[in-house]
Design a binder for this molecule. Sequence first.
Ligand code: R5P
Length: 311
Amino acid sequence: MKGNFTIFAGTANPQLAAGVARSLGVQLGACTVERFPDGEISVRIKEPVRGREVFILQPTSPPVNDHLVELLAFADACRRASAAQLTAVVPYFGYARSDKRENRREPIMASLVAGLMQTVGVNHVVTIDLHASQIEGFFHIPVDSLTTAPLLAQALTQRLPDKLAVVSPDAGRVRMATEYGRRLGAPLVVLHKRRESGTETEVTHLVGDVRDRACLIVDDMISTGGTIVESVEALRTAGARKEIIVVATHGLLLTGARDKLTRAGVSEICVTDTVAVSEPDWPQLRIVSVAPLLAAALRRFLADRSLSDLC
Ligand code: R5P
């Protein structure tokens, strides 16, 4: 492994960055981030990066725009200070859901974000369970999207009820849910979801059989919790047992999500720490760290080794 590298942590998830650095046996790079009263951000890199391979760890989680600008500021500072290689490690990629135009006269925000990262000199992006794999096409630099399915399926495997169905809450998650089904030996059920707005969804169809089965709903993110609540209702109406477990990579868990999921009677929610956890004292919430996964990926970049079993 090359030794000539530095990892900087933005303010979005310093605990995760510390976990990655610990796994690699290094200290995080010295830097400060300040927010001025008018909302502007000031980033200072406090050690030389000339000729070094730099990793900037910053999920663009809420507040998305602040965390994104901070990441861009880090990258700009490192490029101007002559870093040799700049990798943005973005465990949660904000704006990923805006990957196409639903209507005319709309932006494609994921493409805009890709353009911004490349403009400031990022030349490699590492992310986790990217919402839609075609987002990679917005970049002309390498993008590695790591998968958490092996990690999370392994974490769940001892605790799952018998006679389980794995549920994809919409068409976009079929591939991910199929992978969980394969790993857990459970049949797949697919829901068709119509999104009415950013906070409202409706399940219109259910494909598969959930009668007398416990369900594991698989999603890439829980934001408001609306998708999960609608899915739970549809599964119960179709005769599912009361044990419903949810596994999702990115636990954004915005205000109100906890109440919704609790009212829906979800038995367990398993997420990773790609996004800093906002609800640490929630008994039904289980958090699995992606620090070892990211550290394994970084080790391979630094040794020019293949990543294929992590993606
Ligand atoms: C949608 O396509 C995503 O995969 C998630 O299902 C969705 O973004 C979750 O958001 P919410 O929790 O607000 O329904």
